[in-house]
Design a binder for this molecule. Structure first.
Ligand SMILES: [Mg+2]
Length: 133
């Protein structure tokens, strides 16, 4: 969402236009309430929703199980994309398994896909930051 859309959404969510039009707030108050609402929204965005939080914890636990390996900084994009493909295939093969979580459960395969995607993302973002600096 671009900044203008966010501001319009905030004006709507906070009922600011209604209050302004009805003389309940003046322009200065309108502006300060908008700033407060914007700060609140930014703070909200840093809080993970429960499913993302739980998924991220599972990603981290899997990464820790593999801490004895060298990490992903030296992996090429092609290698990581290949691994994502392999993990997606494993997810497809296991998707109907209903046994509890295990190393070959669909839940674990989804975590594997996400971890390799995260590694690709991290390497890409790192390169981008290095290019800009
Ligand atoms: Mg796997």
């Amino acid at each position: 969402m671009n900044k203008l859309k966010k501001i319009i959404q905030l004006i709507y969510d906070e009922n600011l236009l209604h209050d302004y039009e009805n003389g309940k707030i003046d322009f200065t108050h309108f502006s300060s309430r908008l700033k407060t609402a914007y700060k609140k929204l930014k703070k909200k965005k840093t809080i993970l929703r429960p499913a993302v939080q739980q998924f991220a914890v599972q990603m981290e636990l899997t990464l820790r199980d593999n801490d004895h390996k060298s990490g992903w900084k030296s992996y090429s994009d092609e290698f990581l994309i290949g691994k994502i493909g392999e993990e997606v295939s494993e997810l497809i093969l296991t998707k109907d398994y209903i046994e509890g979580p295990g190393s070959h459960s669909p839940a674990q395969e989804a975590i594997d896909v996400a971890n390799f995607a995260m590694m690709f993302w991290d390497n890409y973002i790192t390169r981008l930051k290095e290019k800009k600096s």
